[in-house]
Design a protein around this ligand. Structure first.
Ligand SMILES: [Zn+2]
Length: 318
């Protein structure tokens, strides 16, 4: 496919500040967002063709997206603003304690993505990691021992429940970006997920509901599914009962099982570019952006983490 003409960042001086209303949610539960028409056009060929085509100035200037939730649209808007209107970098991957845990001293505290300007004494290892692209491992300011990690991840059902919901939030945003052709957002979600997985040292193991949901809502070739394939392979390398698990996988979804069996390229050096579509930025521009616009990805992780926490709370209310 030819690279898209969409620019990742619109030219502010030439920008037309026309507002349109985007109405999200199903009838009776809709939420209206006033949005700059050009902001939408700049990131999505779908919206651009709506405005250039049948969308008439005389209409009430409302576009309804019934299949999109308020939270997903908010995350998209935050992402669109972050990359379009702000420059500078320095944001780090939010700490794992961004997701509430039931044990450990760091439970329940939602950590913010850290700004380097606010960190006068950055340890050497961390300073070096800031020169890397976002999808490479970043050292946290206080490395955790294996014991602490085991407590926080493996033995903590609350944390895992929140983490599982965070994957659902990423999936929701990815599905939105797939439906409404926000090409760069799809690549950015993968960058965020890979960077987070390396830094947290936690790759998602497979979950039937998530897998089913991804295959129901995305084309089989979607790169989000590719991430699940590679991540599963990575998690299962050390598993002694691979045969039984692969058999189970075949029952869940034969397409996924096929992909999983043939995915052998996953290693510690996995970079998100292996899964990117690069429809907006080519590979070099993409790597450059991962060093210079780290806040875009850090904010995506942070927003999906917060979304997951509120989804878990909603579920508990029901
Ligand atoms: Zn890339």
């Amino acid at each position: 496919m030819a690279p898209d003409k969409t620019n990742a960042a619109p030219n502010l001086l030439k920008m037309n500040f026309d507002l349109v209303t985007i109405r999200v949610g199903e009838t009776g539960h809709t939420v209206d967002f006033p949005v700059y028409r050009e902001l939408l056009s700049s990131v999505s060929p779908y919206f651009r063709s709506v405005f250039e085509g049948g969308f008439k100035e005389a209409d009430d200037r409302v576009i309804s997206l019934v299949d999109v939730t308020e939270q997903t649209f908010r995350i998209f808007l935050q992402w669109a603003h972050a990359q379009a209107y702000r420059s500078g970098s320095g944001a780090l991957i939010p700490d794992i304690s961004v997701l509430p845990a039931s044990v450990g001293t760091e439970s329940g505290q939602a950590a913010q993505a850290t700004d380097i300007s606010a960190l006068p004494n950055i340890p050497k290892a961390q300073r070096e990691s800031l020169d890397q692209a976002f999808d490479q491992p970043h050292y946290q300011s206080q490395p955790r021992s294996n014991d602490t990690r085991a407590k926080m991840y493996y033995h903590d059902k609350t944390w895992q429940e929140n983490y599982r919901m965070m994957l659902e939030s990423y999936l929701n945003v990815f599905v939105f970006a797939d439906q409404y052709t926000v090409h760069q957002l799809r690549d950015d979600i993968l960058t965020a997920m890979v960077g987070q997985a390396h830094t947290w040292e936690w790759f998602p193991d497979l979950d039937e509901d998530l897998l089913t949901s991804a295959y129901d809502r995305l084309p089989n070739s979607a790169q989000f599914i590719r991430f699940l394939v590679l991540s599963t392979t990575y998690c299962w390398v050390a598993d002694t009962d691979c045969v039984a698990r692969t058999e189970l996988l075949r029952q869940w979804n034969p397409d996924f099982a096929f992909e999983e069996e043939y995915a052998s390229c996953f290693d510690e050096d996995l970079r998100s570019c292996a899964m990117h579509e690069h429809l907006v930025l080519d590979k070099d521009q993409c790597r450059e952006r991962m060093k210079n616009k780290t806040h875009v990805f850090a904010e995506l992780i942070d927003a999906c983490a917060k979304d997951s926490v509120s989804m878990v709370q909603e579920q508990k209310k029901d």
